[in-house]
Write a protein that binds this ligand. Structure first.
Ligand SMILES: C[S@@+](CC[C@H](N)C(=O)[O-])C[C@H]1O[C@@H](n2cnc3c(N)ncnc32)[C@H](O)[C@@H]1O
Length: 256
């Protein structure tokens, strides 16, 4: 008999990233302003999607990773189930027959999209926006990424107890620069009771594209950059901000 064992990665990702939930009030606040339904592109483990559903929003989550979606699906509380729709798909190629007042791309998903694919992804999102809708994208500040040295030292970045085994898990991260961007690694070292260490790794490539080029991509995809923030407390974007958060609206061109 073949037993499908679930990948441990979604659980480790979720336990790690749920610790730094400083962005959640920002997304919840925009959801209160715009109402639903809400589409999250790259919804992952549901770190943002499920709190939105628990606040009563109708949410659609799109992700290409079946393991992430399965992990998310198992965590939907009974009271939110009817408000959550999950779609396995690619954010560059999908068609949902509806328009959304709010489309979100939290947690740096945007900077993992290859520059040649960004306008395609933005255009897809625009086609799914309601006329007064907003697409909100959060990325690491490209100006900071561009200044990172060639290679980062391995750093202990977080610690948590494994959600299933209760064993301690040490998270360390490191990066390496490449010509088009930066490769980030996360190592999840679980300390087993017999003293052995079980390691899981995640690596993610973030493409670096300048701020002006980033705005240009939005324009070319028919989106107006209406607001920018440098952090989730609503601070304005500066070159030394930790994030570049873009709030965009669809541009409607008059037919001549
Ligand atoms: C950094 S995680 C963010 C998860 C979640 N939004 C959060 O805030 O915790 C990025 C997610 O985007 C998904 N993703 C990346 N590229 C994608 C693509 N082209 N189409 C669909 N999903 C994608 C990944 O599978 C992953 O689950």
């Amino acid at each position: 008999m073949r037993v499908n064992k679930m990948s441990p990665i979604p659980m480790l990702y979720h336990a790690h990233h749920s610790q730094a939930a400083d962005d959640l009030p920002f997304w919840l606040d925009w959801a209160r302003r715009k109402g639903g339904p809400i589409l999250e592109l790259g919804c992952g483990s549901g770190r943002v999607l499920l709190p939105l559903a628990e606040e009563g929003r109708s949410v659609f989550g799109l992700d290409r990773d079946a393991n992430m979606l399965e992990f998310l699906r198992m965590r939907i509380p009974d009271g939110s189930r009817e408000r959550v729709s999950l779609i396995r798909g690619d954010l560059r190629r999908y068609h949902l027959a509806r328009h959304f007042p709010l489309i979100l791309m939290p947690c740096n998903t945007y900077s993992t999209i290859e520059p040649v694919d960004r306008r395609i992804a933005l255009n897809r999102a625009r086609c799914h926006l309601a006329s007064r809708g907003n697409l909100i994208v959060s990325t690491p500040n490209p100006a900071i990424l561009a200044e990172l040295p060639e290679e980062g030292e391995a750093e202990n970045e977080a610690f948590f107890f494994h959600p299933e085994t209760g064993n301690p898990v040490q998270v360390s991260s490191q990066w390496q620069r490449a010509s088009e961007g930066i490769l980030f690694y996360w190592r999840y070292d679980q300390l087993l009771p017999d003293g052995r260490v079980e390691r899981e790794m995640i690596s993610v490539f973030h493409y670096v594209r300048g701020v002006d080029d980033t705005f240009y991509d939005f324009e070319e995809a028919g989106l107006k950059v209406a607001l920018t923030f440098g952090d989730y407390d609503g601070a304005p974007y500066e070159t030394d901000s930790p994030h570049l958060i873009i709030v965009a609206t669809p541009i409607f061109r008059a037919i001549p």
